[in-house]
Design a protein around this ligand. Sequence first.
Ligand SMILES: [Zn+2]
Length: 447
Amino acid sequence: MIVYLPEIYPDELVYSWFCRYYVHSGCLTHKTALQEILYNRCNNPSKEFLGHLNPQMSAALQQYYPIENLVLYNTMFPQYARFISLDQKKEALYHIEHDFCDAHHLFSILPRDDEDKFMKYCPICVNEDRQQYGEMYWHRIHQIRNMQICTKHNCRLVNSAVIAKSEQTFTLCPAESFVIQQKPTIETDPLKIAFAKYMTDVFNAPMDLERDIPISAVLYHGMRNTKYMKSTGKTRYTKQLAEDMKAYYTRLNLSSIASMYQIQRVLLGDRFDFSVICQIAFYLTVNINDLTNPTLTAVQIEQEQEQNTHYMKDRTPIDWAVYDAETAPILEQVAKSIYNGSASETGRPERVSEKMIYRELELPKHRLEVMPKCRAIMERYNETYEENWARRIVWAYNKLKSKNEPFYWSDIRRLTGVKKKNIEAIIPYIRKHAKEETADAIIVLVK
Ligand SMILES: [Zn+2]
């Protein structure tokens, strides 16, 4: 039973709220807190989204706030979903709200750069929060990728020791326990401040859940009357734009600067990355309202769509070797996180299928066929269903074992989805992926 749910603070991550629930509720252990929040003991809380909540928790939340509002105002949803198509956006919202679907199945969540590996905080906000609320919390706005400054205080953000992505051994890390008192460093570069402010405002702008205006059309019109597009609108100089943007954002010390292909794919309407779009739009000085609340007419949208078909045929020829080399390290990280389970909120290791890779990287059909470096990675991760089932079983066994409670084959089956009739074919792989004693113990349990 949920006894006491504290008030959620402005711009607080739901995850942070749960962390404070754990601190305030008087739950004796971390484990009990997680059990009160999550669907079952096999779920992990989600740092960026809601996680798989149990019915009591979900009912308790709804007493305070509509879940849709929590998703929109207290998760990182606007970072990943702001620029996807209206249908996809609505579907994603529905699934997160109603069946607590793992967001990785709904839109692309790319691996993080080193600079974005940890939860960030602003030392001045820490003091203000403590004065105003008696405690600090994880602010959503500080966790935006590529965000280096708190725009409320123009203060540089500091990395905590808390890893930002989903992990296999997941814990509630209240900001109060993980923040180290720091002397604030004030940012003085007006351009850096302006860019951080731009991302903040785009992130916070209301999300349009009515109209479907493709971001590619918005950027097409934002590019008119710039030197990157001929006045006829029929030719676009993407390569020049990418080079100029690179020089510009290098001066700003941005940790991940949009590449030529990322830019091209956003402009062609097959990628929707928040950071890439903010970089293009800020560089082209598209105003925030035109970006987040565009008022293009049907004719203007059609104009871009027509030109787009033309650009597709006429696009700067893709240097496949470069594209392959650029994509390979990203693919490696995505494949690894699917393989070892850190890509999913449950932590379950999955088979790296081409379907998943195409979805995660938003690659056009058959694209991998002409990318040998990427192909080689896919082959390295290639495995049979039986081998994957074996890895899932080993994972489930270790997970259940670490809880120090009795468990049975039925628990493993529930976690892994593996059927008993396949066990004989799986056993050799269990031996391959587990230590001898573990393998023996598992086999006794499953036979
Ligand atoms: Zn601040």
